[in-house]
Design a protein around this ligand. Sequence first.
Ligand code: ATP
Length: 203
Amino acid sequence: MLEAVDLECVRGDRPLFSRLSFSLKPGELMHVTGVNGSGKTTLLRTLCGLTRAHAGEIRWLGNAIHKLGDDYRAQLAYIGHANGIQGDLTPVENLHVATSLSGDADHARIGTTLERLGLAAYHHFPSKILSQGQKRRLALARLLVEHKPLWILDEPLSGLDVDSVALMTNILIEHLSQGGMIVITSHQEIDVDTKSILHIRVT
Ligand SMILES: Nc1ncnc2c1ncn2[C@@H]1O[C@H](COP(=O)(O)OP(=O)(O)OP(=O)(O)O)[C@@H](O)[C@H]1O
């Protein structure tokens, strides 16, 4: 379980949010919403341990994440605004590189994952020739190659066409049905079972 207790974040000298508390259990998705600049990315980066909270604590399975360090980071996959794709490498090579530090990555799944995400035809091409939406799909493919219980996703649906949004939604639902947890920002609705969705708005 992921918990935030009385979290407060400040950027520069501007307070973004304070006294933010929630808990996210296996099989649950938290949809973070808010206007541009309200602090959604800051919240996600703080939950990953990449940005320090001004006050409060984040806990994973009851332990403060700053004490768990790498043991916590090994449990999560973070996909931010940037796709983190190396243009001269093929999609397969990119997935190898992106998941190389994951002890539990299943490289045998790379082929079927690229097929599922509609990228099989680009197997041998450098990734720089992919369109923006295809690059986003390649970035998201990492989720299916690694086996991380916690996905923290910043606008994963941005730039995706209608079919790709539906595909990605199915992937999110599958992860939840396997006991995974998801924290996600999106300016669009996420079509998952309302019983497993928590809404949080930063203002
Ligand atoms: N390194 C930084 N130093 C100072 N201020 C920052 C820094 N990073 C972000 N900010 C400020 O913090 C605020 C929140 O930024 P953040 O990226 O978390 O917002 P957001 O809700 O994700 O926005 P968007 O919907 O536009 O992606 C913004 O006003 C931004 O200018």
